[in-house]
Design a protein around this ligand. Structure first.
Ligand code: M6R
Length: 354
């Protein structure tokens, strides 16, 4: 039930700090650290490469998951869109492990890949929000999201839950002697999410001044911020019908900058300290051509806080917090344009046809 909330999407956005805390509790051990099922851990340890298969928002979470596995556990990862992988399978490594990320566990595009890799005898894991779903039943192992039912078509809390469980899994299979206190860092991220969900009035105003009557909008970022910009663009287009594109800041000058004109909205994510000066350079390039830019930066990076500012979180976990203002921006843009927030046109919650 959505209770006093006008829409499921807003309720689900607000549930995110609680979901992250629930995940921390669900994956906590008696010793007070974070861990996963030992059989699943073994499957990771036997693999020479992880193939992540997913669609839509779950694919965007997979791109960030790749960074987690490669940085924390040294396991090489490829991330593939399910609808492409099944029909155009790349050369596989000798000991592949397949990880299906699917909120619903029912996405037909992902399932057809699972059927094919099972027939080839490869091990598989489903990361899902729905125990007993088709992909959960058919894979060898299941990792659960614990996000509670997600009703709005636009995925919000499942995405942040996917990121948290991917971080925990990468951490659990890490060969390194856990230099990172992931449990504390995730708790800090949950608080940062809370701060951002409390910034509704600011995002409502921003949607109004920034996106009213706009035909298109751009999201730019570098590194992890690039992946979040893809998710921000998907969210905006699916519920507000504004044509939105997310891309790597450095790619601007290779084509997209031609689309920038007077008043074009550009949302620039600059939470990654190593690349944010370059990203700010990209912002100058677009504003010089008339774009209206809004910068999302992070406290503690010693940069001007000239837009939206996230509380400081561990650099790997910034996507959990930086996506929140993008979700709210889409929500208010959809509302202000009179769209059906929870049930956007032409879309279904789970896509059960290939
Ligand atoms: O249930 P799944 O995670 O497999 O769904 C995948 C996509 O259909 C889904 O993420 C879709 O892109 C969302 N509507 C995005 O908000």
């Amino acid at each position: 039930e959505k209770g006093t909330y006008p829409h499921y999407m807003l309720k689900e956005i607000d549930e995110q700090p609680g979901v992250i805390r629930k995940i921390i509790a669900a994956y906590s051990t008696e010793e007070g650290t974070l861990d996963i099922d030992p059989y699943i851990k073994q499957a990771f340890q036997h693999a020479d490469r992880l193939y992540v298969i997913a669609a839509g928002t779950s694919y965007h979470a997979g791109l960030i998951g790749k960074e987690y596995f490669e940085k924390l556990s040294g396991l090489p990862v490829e991330v593939h869109i399910s609808s492409e992988f099944g029909y155009n399978m790349p050369l596989l490594s000798k000991k592949p492990l397949f990880l299906f990320i699917t909120q619903s566990g029912e996405t037909a595009d992902s399932r057809q890949v699972l059927v094919k890799v099972k027939a080839l005898g490869y091990p598989s894991i489903t990361l899902t929000n729905v125990p007993g779903s088709t992909l959960s039943r058919e894979a060898d192992y299941t990792l659960l999201l614990h996000a509670g039912p997600e009703i709005a078509v636009a995925s919000t809390k499942a995405y942040t839950a996917q990121l948290a469980v991917l971080a925990i899994t990468a951490y659990a299979v890490s060969c390194d002697a856990h230099k990172l206190d992931l449990k504390t860092e995730l708790a800090i991220a949950a608080n940062a999410i809370q701060t951002m969900t409390d910034a509704k009035e600011d995002l409502k105003k921003l949607a109004h001044t920034f996106l009213t009557d706009k035909r298109n909008a751009f999201f730019i970022g570098r590194g992890l911020d690039y992946y979040v910009s893809l998710e921000g663009a998907l969210k905006l287009k699916e519920i507000s019908y504004i044509q939105a594109e997310g891309f790597a800041g450095g790619e601007l000058k290779h084509g997209t900058i031609a689309l920038i004109e007077e008043g074009t909205p550009v949302i620039a994510l600059a939470t990654q300290s190593s690349v944010s000066p370059n990203l700010r350079g990209n912002v100058k390039e677009v504003t010089a051509r008339g774009a209206h830019a809004c910068i999302l930066s992070m406290e503690g990076n010693n940069e001007p806080d000239d837009g939206l500012v996230l509380p400081h979180v561990h650099e790997l976990l910034t996507p959990l917090a930086s996506v929140i203002p993008l979700q709210l921006l889409s929500y208010y843009a959809s509302l202000q344009r009179g769209c059906d927030v929870d049930k956007p046109r032409n879309l279904a919650k789970s896509v059960t046809v290939e």
